[in-house]
Structures are given as C-alpha cells and as structure tokens.
Design a protein. Structure first.
Ligand code: HEM
Length: 420
C-alpha cells in the first residue's frame, strides 16, 4: 500500500484564495486541512466575489434563510451559470428554484416519493436490493482484485433509480456521460476550466432532456407501475406536472439518485479499509451499519458544499456583509467537522451519538432521497463486510473524480483473498 498523504498546513498553496484551493484538484484527496483554515474566517469572501461559509452554525442558519436563493436566475446576467440556465432547453430543476415554485413541485414529487409509494416500496425493495448486491459479488468470486467504483458502487444505485423511475437500465450506456457532465457542472465556474465544465453540462442537460422527453412519451401512451408513469398521470390539489416540469424533475431525480450514492458507498468503503478494526467490528455487528452510515455522511460527505446559492439582498452575518447577487457556497464538509459542534471531529467514530450532520442538507431543500440512499448504502457496505475476505487497499489515496462538489474516488482498487 502506498503511504497516505496527509495534507499539511504548509502545503496549502500561496496566492490562491482558500476557496479556489478547495476547487483545485491538487487538494481533492484531502481537502480537510483547507476546511479547517476556512473555519477561522467562517464567512470568507474572495477577489472573484465568491463567499464561502464554513461553520456549522452559520451554514445551518443560512440553509434556513429565505434571503439565500437556490435559483441561479437570481445571479447577475454575466454569471456563467446564469447564462447556461438561460440557454438551456429545460426549465430549472426544482432543487434550483425557490418558494412558492419549489414547494409546489416538491409536494408533487414527494407524493410519489413518500407514502404509500416509496416508504413501503423501500422496505419491500430490501430483499431485491440485497439480491442485487450479492449477485454483483457472486459474479466477481474468482477475482483477486475489484474496483469498488466500477464493479459495485456505480452499477447498484443506477440500477435502483432506473427501476424506480421506469428507465430501462440498459440505457445507462447512453446517459452515463450526460449524467457525469451534468453532475460536474455543479462545480463553481472558476476560470476557463470552470466555464468549459458549465458548457459541457449545458449540452449534456439538453441531450438528457431530449432522451427524457421521448421516454415520457412512451410512458404516457403505456403507463407502467413506475414513478415516471405516476408523475405523468397523477393530479392533486396542486394540479398536474407540465411537460417541462416532468422533464426537468425526472432529469433531476436520475442525476441526484446516482452520483451521490455512488460516492457514499465508495467513501464508506475507503473509510472502512482505512479503519480495519471498524470493518472487523461491522462483520460481527451488522446493526452498527446504521450509525456508521450517518458517520460516513458527516466524515466524508458526497456533497461537499452547496454550489448554487445566491444572496437575494445584502446579508450581514457575523459582521460580514454578503452583497446582493453574490454566489454563496455553504461548505457542508467543513461544517461537519466543526469542533464547536462535534467532539473529535476528525475522528471516524462509527457509533457517534448526537450526529446531526449536514450530509443531506437542511431546510426546505433537505434531500428527499435520503431514506432510499440510506438503505442502499447500508445494504452495500454490510454485504462487503460479510463477504470480502481480507480486503486491502491497493492505492491510498485513490485517484479522485474531478468534481470538488460531488467528491469521491474515480477508482477504488481492493485486493482480496476471496469473496465468500
Ligand atoms: C437534495 C445529498 C441521494 C434526491 C439534496 C441535498 C443534499 C443531498 C446535500 C440538498 C441540496 C441543497 O440544499 O441545495 C444527497 C446524498 C445522497 C443523496 C449525500 C446519497 C448518499 C439522493 C437520492 C435521491 C435524491 C437517492 C432521489 C432518488 C434529491 C432531491 C433533492 C436533494 C430531489 C432536492 C430537494 C429539494 O430541492 O427540495 N440531496 N442526496 N438524493 N436530493 Fe439528495
């Protein structure tokens, strides 16, 4: 195993703002020393006009503050993200809207994503989910090395969200690239590279939108027992979803439902491999998985920061005024390791109590896929603990994906003596 490189304060680059450094790929494997530096100035502006908020208390306050918009249309017209939204052939996803538009769409979607559909559905799905992950491991039984990302963490949640929505899982080959480009365009638009990511994300969103439109047509003609069909046919006190709302909401669910969960499974596996005593404990105590997944969401959150907030007015917080129109980044991963809120925040404590992390956000945009994500990750990690014989990390740190927001390894190679 290669030695793990711990980031140190003296490695932090001079000349770039802390926020720019977080976005710099050089810090992807270990951004936590940067977050610790950031917390010393919990509301931190940089020369580009970005504001990063990094203490647990202030992030939580701002997640509940209506003066902070999730709607990119609140940005000045020359903002690259605002321009991409203006050029998109799909209306903004409801995650990127504010009340009352957001609340109406969220209500209409949660109707399909809550009782009696998904809550019962998730429980009923447990058996199938276990069968699916065990099937993946069965097929690798003659291998001595596996890539947790490509062989396990990616196919599983993608298959689940496709089946839930009513998307043929074999179409994954078509939308894989689009999904990745959209997810990575969530990163801040810093420099030429950032603008390129946003342009690629725009193309991908338009193409995925076209794919969804065709699929919605098929489901309209022949509704099945899936969420897309129900979203098409359902009407409530809020009315029906328009064609545009259907397209943007289903694109959102498809994207939200897989990149993040892939990273949580991978981040969880990496943390277990770095803490073999905890991996061993999980083998004998499968119920430990419930607090352990929460601790992974705190310790290595798949969404490191909210990248799309904009100040609707001048907001003075902790003595700093964030001007109207400024992009505001709520640094979830920094808040999750805030020593004012969590004891020993840099230690992974699998049965940590009082663990109200920000891994799924907070406030009106709180992740409504959380119950599904939790079950998927609990099942995936428990199966690894049960079945991998003597698993060892091949490279530490592993190579990371480009994205600073949706942070996770691109590959996670693990040597095993066998798979039970
Ligand atoms: C919102 C994280 C899985 C659907 C969010 C937010 C976070 C988050 C941090 C808040 C965003 C904000 O405040 O702007 C995660 C993580 C996941 C996960 C870490 C996996 C481990 C899922 C899944 C789905 C989903 C499986 C759907 C199937 C959504 C939706 C929203 C959201 C629709 C927007 C809610 C709104 O705007 O009202 N998620 N998520 N997520 N998530 Fe997730």
């Amino acid at each position: 195993m290669e030695g793990r490189k711990e980031g140190r304060k003296d490695e932090i680059m001079a000349g770039k703002s802390l926020f720019q450094q977080v976005n710099d790929y050089a810090h992807r494997a270990n951004p936590y020393p940067l977050y610790a530096e950031m917390r010393k100035t919990p509301v931190l502006g940089d020369e580009d006009g970005n504001y990063a908020v990094s203490s647990y208390r202030l992030i939580t306050e701002l997640l509940h503050d209506p003066r902070l918009s999730s709607d990119i249309r609140a940005r000045p017209p020359d903002d690259p993200k605002q321009q991409a939204v203006a050029q998109s052939s799909i209306s903004p996803a409801f995650i990127r809207t504010d009340p009352p538009e957001h609340d109406r769409l969220r209500r209409m979607l949660t109707r399909q994503f809550g009782p009696p559909h998904t809550v019962g559905m998730i429980d009923n799905m447990r058996g199938d989910l276990e069968k699916y992950v065990n099937g993946l491991l069965d097929r690798m039984q003659d291998r001595k090395q596996i890539d947790i990302v490509d062989d396990y963490a990616y196919p599983f949640p993608v298959d689940v969200i496709c089946k839930l929505l009513g998307i043929p899982p074999e179409d994954e080959k078509r939308f894989h690239g689009w999904a990745e480009d959209i997810a990575f365009s969530l990163d801040p638009a810093i420099g030429e590279e950032g603008r390129k990511l946003i342009a690629k994300g725009l193309v991908a969103r338009n193409e995925l939108g076209q794919y969804m439109r065709a699929l919605i047509d098929v489901h309209r003609k022949q509704p099945g027992n899936d969420m897309l069909s129900r979203l098409i046919t359902d009407s409530s006190a809020d009315g029906r979803l328009t064609e545009e709302e259907l397209v943007s909401s289903s694109v959102t669910l498809l994207i939200a439902g897989h990149e993040t969960t892939v990273n949580l499974i991978t981040n969880g596996t990496l943390t277990l491999l770095r803490n073999p005593d905890v991996f061993e404990r999980l083998r004998h105590e499968p119920d430990l998985i419930i607090p352990l997944v929460e601790e992974t969401l705190r310790f290595e959150p798949p969404v490191q920061f909210n990248s799309q907030r904009t100040a609707l007015a001048d907001i003075t917080i902790d003595g700093v005024t964030i001007p109207k129109g400024a992009p505001v980044y709520l640094m979830i991963a920094a808040g999750n390791r805030d020593p004012v809120r969590f004891n020993e925040p840099d230690r992974f404590i699998p049965d940590r109590e009082d663990n109200q992390h920000l891994g799924f956000g907070s406030g009106i945009h709180y992740c409504f896929g959380a119950p599904l994500a939790r079950v998927e990750v609990q099942i995936a990690l428990n199966a690894l603990a049960r079945r991998l014989i003597n698993p060892r990390l091949v490279v530490d740190p592993p190579p990371y994906r480009q994205s600073a927001v949706l942070r996770g390894p691109r590959h996670l190679l693990v040597d095993v003596d066998g798979i039970k």
